[in-house]
Design a protein around this ligand. Structure first.
Ligand code: PMP
Length: 429
């Protein structure tokens, strides 16, 4: 039954029952964590074969010894593997260390130095940020003093009308962050129409406008039904806007999150300028790990098989999350949440103004959630309603316990608000 249909005394009764439950949780001295989208140890175990896979053979077909210095773009075999993730030919892909986030940081620094800062002069470089989004993208912007502008997101992706009119009105907007498939945190995959309009944005923005296409969840399905994403670069090429595209991905949630390889892709001329920038700070990447990954994953079929194994581990956790949320919140009309086909998160919206309080209440009884607001630039969710749930890391038993605490905290906070509103109205003359 909807909470809004309950009488004041029924609401008080429910509040008392849930408060009692909450106090029981407190007595259990829990220490549970639903904060970050990390793979569970069981998932990491799927890639233990990486150790020793080279069996003492370090030479590439062209005679390169991967143990030695050099080769900033990465080994050809790993560049081809990166192409599987990014949908690009190998010569448009560069392979790096374990974090695509490092690529993003370096690329933004590169663009600021080579172009954006000169154009901005004393004014600020700006970036569009579809919200809710990935907090670490926002941290990079904040670090470099790039002003962030929120853009609404629907089930199709970012609101392209908003994006286009903002770009037309402000030449200092130099980029947009996109997680186009199984987005963090909403699970949304951009529609063909959104991708098509993205591909032509550079015609509205200046020549150095960049679409940071962070395809972190390109192959990370949860359900048998897969989302599909149109190839942004192919459409950009048809429109001669390929210079605006920067594509990113990594094996962080495919092999070892802390010891994988990462990919950055763009048109060859842009890749060459970026390589020149990188050559000041490095002589070459860890090619041994690149070769290990090539031997282990091999090709798109190898990646597909590996991701099926991940799916078998994480799907029950997403199913459990859906089950607990719908069982406790389903008929009450107090929250909405996503049911993604892939990715690492469930995004939940509370009633306005209470997400921070829910996270606080859960923390007070030992359940850590991603801080409310983290999914928005400057940590500021204007409606204070979005909470990101990351179900993959804890074992199922702990996930269940943490979610049971969460739904109690959410109901209590909502009830507090509803009861407060009702009592206010009743006491008003
Ligand atoms: N982009 C997105 C959208 C992510 O969710 C994450 C991980 N949470 C990353 C990038 C980080 O990727 P990497 O491990 O390759 O740095």
């Amino acid at each position: 039954m909807k909470l809004s249909e309950l009488s004041l005394s029924a609401l008080h009764e429910l509040y008392d029952t849930l408060s009692h439950k909450y106090e029981q949780f407190r007595a259990q001295m829990l220490n549970l964590d639903l904060t970050r989208g990390k793979p569970a140890s069981e998932q990491l175990d799927l890639s233990n074969e990486l150790d020793g896979i080279l069996g003492g053979f370090y030479l590439l077909q062209d005679g390169t010894d991967v143990r030695n210095y050099g080769g900033i773009p990465g080994i050809p075999e790993a560049r081809a593997l990166g192409g599987v993730f990014l949908g690009l030919p190998a010569n448009e892909v560069m392979v790096g260390g374990n974090s695509s986030l490092t690529w993003m940081y370096q690329y933004i620094e590169f663009m600021l130095r080579q172009s954006w800062q000169q154009q901005a002069g004393t004014s600020k470089v700006k970036f569009l940020c579809p919200v809710p989004g990935y907090d670490r993208h926002f941290t990079i912007c904040e670090h470099f003093g790039i002003e962030m502008i929120n853009v609404d997101t629907s089930e199709q992706g970012p609101d392209m009308g908003q994006v286009e009119s903002l770009l037309e009105s402000d030449p200092m907007i130099k980029g947009i962050w996109c997680v186009p498939k199984y987005s963090n945190p909403t699970g949304v995959t951009y529609s063909d129409e959104v991708v098509r309009r993205m591909a032509t944005l550079a015609n509205k923005a200046g020549p150095d406008f960049k679409i940071m296409w962070d395809n972190a969840y390109a192959v990370h399905h949860i359900n048998d039904e897969h989302d599909t994403l149109a190839n942004l670069m192919d459409i950009a090429r048809e429109n001669s806007t390929q210079d605006s595209i920067v594509m990113l991905a990594s094996t962080s949630k495919v092999t070892f999150a802390g010891a994988g390889i990462s990919f950055i892709g763009m048109a060859q001329n842009n890749l060459a300028s970026f390589e020149a920038f990188l050559s000041v700070s490095q002589i070459g990447p860890d090619k041994v790990n690149q070769l290990r990954h090539v031997r282990f994953l091999v090709d798109s079929e190898g990646v597909r098989k590996q991701m099926e194994k991940h799916k078998a581990i994480i799907r029950p956790k997403f199913q459990l999350t859906e089950q607990i949320l719908s069982q406790h919140l389903g008929d009450k009309d107090i929250a909405t949440w996503t049911r993604p086909n892939g990715g690492y998160f469930v995004s939940l919206d509370t009633q306005p103004g209470i997400a921070g309080k829910v996270v606080e209440m859960a923390a007070a009884v030992g359940v850590k959630l991603t801080p409310a607001g983290a999914t928005f630039p400057y940590g500021n969710d204007p409606a204070d309603r979005n909470i990101r749930i990351a179900p993959t890391y804890p074992p199922v038993s702990q996930l269940r316990q943490a979610l049971e605490v969460f739904v109690v905290c959410l109901q209590l906070t909502t009830l507090h608000k509803i009861i407060g509103n009702l009592e206010d109205t009743e006491t008003k003359p």
